[in-house]
Design a protein around this ligand. Structure first.
Ligand code: ZN
Length: 387
């Protein structure tokens, strides 16, 4: 099947899981109590009763529908990872009830997930239920005997994502930044949740009491401030900004600053690449269009977009940013080989390129909120190839 947004491959043969007698049992085992049985049944074209029967053969713990409640929103990366070699894209989309665009965003921007998955999509065939043979059933029963009894017992009291307990220590007050990732926040795109359920008042209060004065989570700049040349890339940006403003105002009342984690400028997905051809820099091995920050319009976007964002969210405390490694960003984010593929940046100092990115971000922020902080992370700076 051809997809408009999802990365096409390479598409090698999937890994085989020969400790299971077939892919169906592997799928059920891996997703047990994470995906509702009814969803599994629909996906495989069978009935819930047949899924439950296979699970019983394998001695899996009792089915607890309540345990499946949060996996789709809070554990979707685990679900994608453990099904990456088992299911084709269309069944992963169905399983997660995601649009193609949403999954493509997640693979590209969710902490470079596609890269972590090997920058490939195994050519898994559509998985359909098949009646187990006698031989298959015999192996499923062996699995039951091999399962550690303690594991099954422990899982009975397991409540996924039930860790809403905060440290109650009260360290000495400080003016220094004490910033952490919020324990209950999902990664991805949390500002699309109008309820901001990742950031309850209870949590903000607990953190303030524990001496935390900064929380961070990732953001993608084009998801908050559109490029004039391709506003269609930014979808619900107004909704995200509105929620960010609400969150930053609420957190400020508790004395907690919200810091956005940016790696910018994010590369451009191929469907919009035509509009950015003149800004193209180094060749991106992930197949997206890398923006060259040695070209003025790119730095202008970074500066102006930051100015816009911080004007719209006056209580946004600042950003922290990674300029090398991580996502495909400027032409010098990765190796020398990568940088040398840009006709402009190949003759420039990496340190100059990085400094220009940071200056553009800081200037934009400073225009709207001089008190906001810019915290660059120095990861990979020690390996700047040309000083
Ligand atoms: Zn360049």
């Amino acid at each position: 099947m051809a997809y408009e947004f999802l990365p096409p491959g390479p598409t090698p043969e999937p890994l085989s899981f020969t400790h299971f007698p077939d892919r169906v049992s592997c799928f059920i085992f891996r997703n047990w109590n994470m995906i509702p049985v009814a969803t599994m049944a629909k996906l495989l074209g069978t009935t819930s009763a047949k899924i439950l029967r296979i699970a019983k053969f394998m001695g899996l713990p009792k089915y607890e529908a309540g345990q499946t409640k949060f996996w789709k929103t809070r554990g979707y990366i685990s679900l994608i990872r453990q099904n990456w070699h088992l299911l084709p894209y269309e069944q992963i989309l169905e399983m997660l009830d995601m649009s193609e665009k949403e999954l493509a965003f997640c693979l590209k921007e969710d902490d470079f997930l596609y890269h972590k998955l090997g920058s490939l999509k195994p050519a898994a065939k559509v998985l359909k239920y098949e009646e187990p043979s006698e031989e298959t059933i015999a192996r499923l029963k062996e699995i039951k005997n091999e399962l550690c009894a303690d594991l099954v017992k422990e899982s009975k009291n397991f409540a996924p994502f039930d860790f809403k307990k905060c440290a109650r220590v009260a360290p000495a007050k400080t003016k220094n930044l004490r910033m952490i990732y919020p324990y209950s926040a999902s990664y991805g795109d949390p500002l699309m949740d109008d309820k901001l359920s990742d950031f309850s008042d209870e949590m903000l209060k607990d953190y303030a009491r524990a001496g935390i004065n900064g929380l961070w989570f990732q953001a993608v700049l084009y998801g908050l401030v559109p490029w004039d040349r391709a506003p269609e890339m930014s979808g619900d940006y107004e909704r995200r900004v509105k929620n960010l403003r609400r969150l930053t105002d609420r957190a400020a009342k508790h004395g907690v600053g919200i810091y956005l984690y940016f790696n910018e400028p994010r590369s451009i997905m191929l469907e919009w690449a035509d509009k950015f051809k003149d800004l193209e820099g180094a060749t991106d091995k992930e197949g997206t269009l890398c923006l060259c920050t040695s070209k003025k319009p790119v730095l202008d976007y970074l500066e102006n977009a930051m100015a816009t964002l911080f004007a719209q969210c006056p209580n946004l405390a600042g950003i922290f940013t990674i300029t090398r490694s991580e996502n495909t960003t400027n032409c010098a984010y990765s190796t020398d080989e990568h940088k040398n593929s840009c006709p402009i940046c190949k003759d420039r100092l990496t340190s100059d390129i990085i400094a220009e990115v940071l200056t553009a971000l800081a200037n934009g922020i400073g225009r709207s909120n001089p008190k906001a902080r810019v915290r660059p992370c120095s990861i990979w700076w020690m390996q700047l190839p040309h000083g």
